[in-house]
Design a protein around this ligand. Structure first.
Ligand code: DUC
Ligand code: ZN
Ligand code: ZN
Ligand code: ZN
Length: 485
């Protein structure tokens, strides 16, 4: 058995910081301790050894808004590894009316070149008996315990409250976690039409059409519906105080509600849309849009205090050419930005180096919390004997300027272009295999494996505060008035 030892590093996990070496055998951590010998050595002097990042939210090669997102499981997973992310969770999206099992097969067929491990969320894009039945197969047999609901994208992916409540109740029965894209799609559609009618057709109108209230309302609604259904709920791309506030309040009441800010919302603001050339602004069109600095402060505070748990990218990259489909009508600009390669370096630079996050919090929000919520801990997200050796040897003194010219992503720009980051992987290991060494890519196409995620074990019914307070009771009445008196 070949043995690799990561030597002389400081191990940083979500709860501990200590000096020790790590032995890896057959892709798994087999020993942790001082002065390990007997194997190939990777020098971690001056570095932090952390669990590899998990991006819980990517869209690789996704058919969307008349095109396909430009990064596939090849360039996308290379980008992930280059930046220290060792697992991505992508979304399988059935067309309305399509079987979820067929959609899953289609998505699975895209993954043959994946260089790091991956998993899927399944989207609920329509509702019916077939969906109800297939949800059980998806959870029990396919290793998927999360279902995504879009409250926006009217006429395409959007589901209504009726469909969402049905699906959430089914999630409660199956031990699944619903994810929600929380924006009020009806309000967005009306605002978009009004802006266009008034001659506001540029990319900045995308931001005007999706104010924070649109997100706050939908987040509140999703949380209340989850409470009534008796299931936990995970709000993807939480971008503003209104949404964060709803999550905070629910958590304070004892509900299992999770919030996921994106690194883009944490570090880029709405000025990216204004007084910029059309391409610059359109390249940054995503939903929800970038917000003001007040909202950024709220998100950072949420990560530090624990009211927000995960940092993702929603990596959904489109080339400038694809973005230009929306010249003259901002509604046609494909929504999405990249970020997979930059999530960890940006979060380290703007979070840990500035004192907004501790190193342990950094590990929690980029890896461990995600692994726990998605139920793959401690196989992923941990430095423990028996865990997968998905590891980063993080060099806090290694820096670079982010440029499109040097990125793994297939697109022709980078929303963080010109940003100076300090903190990069010296090594990225995926199940023990060195995929990145001192900035050089050594990843292997097809190395990535599907990671099954079993159902959640929390007792779903006990989660609902609503049920406890107002459980329906049959009332025996006497003295019923006689009609006509
Ligand atoms: N938002 C985006 O910007 N792109 C993909 C889907 C989404 O919700
Ligand atoms: Zn979304
Ligand atoms: Zn520009
Ligand atoms: Zn998304």
């Amino acid at each position: 058995m070949t043995s690799t030892i990561i030597k002389n590093g400081t191990i940083v996990t979500a709860d501990l910081t200590y000096k020790a070496d790590i032995r890896i055998e057959d892709g798994v951590i087999s020993e942790i301790g001082p002065n390990l010998t007997g194997g190939a050595e990777l020098d971690a002097t001056g570095c932090y050894v952390m669990p590899g990042g998990i991006d819980p939210h990517t869209h690789l090669e996704m058919p969307f808004m008349g095109t396909y997102s430009a990064d596939d499981f090849d360039s996308g997973t290379r980008a992930a590894l280059a930046g220290g992310t060792t697992m991505v969770v992508d979304f399988a999206l059935p067309n309305p009316g399509q079987s979820m099992l067929d959609a899953l097969t289609m998505w699975d067929n895209k993954t043959s070149r994946a260089a790091c491990d991956y998993s899927f969320h399944m989207a609920i894009t329509w509702w019916g008996e077939q969906v109800f039945n297939e949800m059980e197969t998806i959870v029990r047999d396919k290793g998927i315990n999360t279902f995504k609901h879009f409250m926006a994208y009217k006429g395409a992916l959007m589901v209504d409250d009726d469909e969402m409540f049905s699906s959430f109740q089914r999630c409660a029965e199956l031990g699944a976690l619903p994810l929600v894209h929380a924006e009020n799609g009806d309000v967005v559609a009306q605002m978009q039409a009004k802006l266009m009618a008034e001659g506001n057709d540029g990319p900045e109108a995308h931001a005007y059409s999706r104010p924070p209230e649109v997100e706050g309302e939908a987040t509140n609604r999703a949380i209340m519906i989850a409470d009534m259904a008796g299931c936990p709920v995970y709000i993807v791309h939480t971008s503003c105080e209104q949404s964060h506030e709803a999550i905070r309040r629910a958590r304070q009441k004892g509900m299992r509600v999770y919030g996921e800010p994106l690194v883009q919302h944490l570090t880029l603001d709405e000025s990216e849309y204004f007084n910029k050339d059309w391409d610059h602004a359109a390249r940054r069109v995503m939903s929800p849009p970038f917000r003001s600095k007040t909202h950024q402060d709220s998100l950072w505070a949420g990560l530090a205090s624990g009211s927000l748990q995960c940092v993702a990218t929603d990596h959904c990259a489109f080339t400038t050419q694809q973005k230009r489909t929306g010249l003259g009508d901002f509604r046609k600009i494909p929504n999405g930005t990249g970020g997979l390669e930059d999530r960890l370096p940006m979060l380290w630079t703007y979070g840990v180096s500035t004192g907004r996050l501790t190193m342990n919090e950094f590990v929690a929000v980029t890896s461990t919390n995600i692994a726990k919520i998605l139920n793959i801990y401690p196989k992923k997200g941990a430095i423990l004997v028996g865990a997968d050796a998905d590891l980063i040897v993080w060099d806090p003194k290694r820096g670079k300027m982010i440029t499109a010219a040097s990125q793994q992503s297939a697109i022709d720009y980078n929303v963080f272009e010109g940003k100076q980051v300090m903190g990069l992987p010296r090594f990225t290991l995926t199940r023990g295999q060195v995929a990145v060494e001192e900035g050089a890519m050594k990843s292997q196409e097809g190395h990535g494996r599907f990671v099954p995620r079993p159902p959640l074990t929390a007792p779903a019914k006990a989660l609902s505060t609503w049920k406890a307070l107002t459980a329906p009771r049959k009332v025996e009445r006497t003295g019923i008035p006689v009609s006509g008196v």
